[in-house]
Design a protein around this ligand. Structure first.
Ligand code: ATP
Ligand code: MG
Length: 393
């Protein structure tokens, strides 16, 4: 009979002075993530969070939801065991005899030093019972099943299915950032990486409707929706870039258009960030991946920013990013066909080494810059997304 979830958190434990603040954020996020499933309240116990199971039919859903709560290192649904190891070994045996496996390991963590046996002794006694009773072999390195026994605060729990979380810091513990979300593979991953550092992410997407179809717009909203499972409430700003692009096309050499589009995006995103009291921008750039992402071009784009631009993927290769996108479930949406506003009237061989003086000269031709920026923000749509959705009760 499973009694409770035992949730371990990672890095939070290292933050001495602020530990209480981080723990509180994590607890609030857990409650929020489960708010449509269970009413049980998590509580702290000896550096862990315990969440009682009030209805076993909820266990699979809770297990799935906890996987997405950032800040959790690992967690398991555990049964309360008897402190008498002779009784405990029978309880573990009764549990493990229903599982299919060839190799196993018992791993005991004794945080409560008043317990009479040390962890090695518990491992040996319980392990021998399983080995002899079920004829399974003990393997210390990557066994099929690991039975974790935890002894803390005069309690003993055991569990055979520990799951890993994403680790990191709970969302909301490090302030707000504005993420430039295209419909591509990279920027959703970049946004997620910032969430794992405790940031609440506000999304901004630029589209070229009516010059292009609205597909990127819908894809971006869908991506933001998928990422909302990690932060529960998101805002996405959908900014029309077409009128600005028209001016850029009129005044800038074709080779520089992409750089100028990007600088406009940064200007607009920064204004949104200031309105939202966010302290930094985020992009999915990775050095050398595409023409716009040379060091020279990144420098020319960054130059216009009055706040830090965070680029969590800057040194990561595409394979890693794709793997993460698949894990997050954003990959399929990102690979759906869409009209990218940045490819709108951009030559096949854009500038790869933008010079600032040429950029400034091109921008100087755009006399009504302030009006253009103002109007783009005036025409911006904002959508709010929530998870879990409480629609319909
Ligand atoms: P992505 O896969 O995120 O689109 P990418 O490798 O295709 O990245 P670029 O298209 O050059 O690279 O974009 C670099 C970054 O600029 C993106 O990661 C994103 O942060 C931002 N960006 C590009 N286009 C848009 C857009 N239409 N709306 C919002 N942000 C954008
Ligand atoms: Mg892109």
């Amino acid at each position: 009979m499973e009694n409770c979830f035992i949730i371990h958190y990672s890095e939070i434990g290292l933050k001495k002075g602020n530990r209480g603040f981080f723990e509180h954020k994590l607890k609030v996020n857990i409650v929020y993530a489960l708010s449509d499933i269970c009413i049980a309240q998590p509580h702290f116990d000896f550096g862990r969070i315990l969440l009682p199971v009030d209805d076993v039919t909820h266990v699979p859903a809770i297990t799935d939801r906890l996987a997405n709560v950032i800040g959790i290192a690992h967690y398991s649904v555990a049964s309360q065991g008897d402190p008498d190891v002779e009784v405990l070994k029978e309880q573990v045996f009764d549990r493990m005899k229903h599982l299919r496996f060839d190799s196993f390991r018992i791993e005991t963590r004794r945080a409560d030093k008043t317990y009479p046996l040390n962890s090695m002794e518990v491992n040996r006694i319980v392990g021998a019972r399983i080995h002899l009773g079920l004829g399974k072999k003990v393997v210390l390195d990557s066994p099929d099943v690991t039975c974790n026994i935890e002894i803390f605060n005069k309690k003993l729990f055991f569990s055979c299915e520990r799951r890993n979380g994403y680790g990191g810091l709970p969302v909301g513990s490090s302030g707000k950032v504005v993420s430039l979300l295209s419909s591509g593979i990279d920027s959703p991953v970049a946004s997620f990486r910032m969430m794992t550092r405790g940031c609440r992410v506000i999304f901004v997407h630029f589209h070229s409707f009516p010059f292009t179809e609205k597909s990127s717009y819908y894809n971006a909203v869908e991506l933001a929706r998928k990422l909302t499972v990690f932060q529960y409430r998101s805002k996405i700003y959908l900014v029309p870039l077409a009128p600005i692009q028209q001016e850029v096309i009129l005044h800038a050499p074709a080779k520089l258009r992409l750089i100028l589009y990007r600088r406009m995006m940064i200007r607009l995103a920064e204004r949104i960030a200031r309105r939202e009291r966010a302290g930094a921008l985020v992009t999915g750039d990775s050095v050398g991946q595409v023409a716009s992402q040379t060091i020279e071009n990144l420098a020319a784009i960054s130059q216009v920013a009055g706040m830090p631009i965070l680029r969590p993927l800057v040194g990561m290769d595409k394979e890693f990013i794709v793997r993460q996108a698949k894990e997050l479930g954003t990959f399929n949406t990102s690979t759906e066909p869409y009209d990218d506003c940045c490819s709108y009237l951009v030559p096949r061989n854009p500038e790869t080494k933008a010079k600032l003086d040429q950029v400034f000269a091109a921008e100087a031709g755009i006399k009504n810059m302030e009006d253009l920026l103002y109007n783009a923000l005036k025409e911006t749509e904002v959508e709010t997304l929530e998870f879990p959705s409480h629609e319909g009760g």
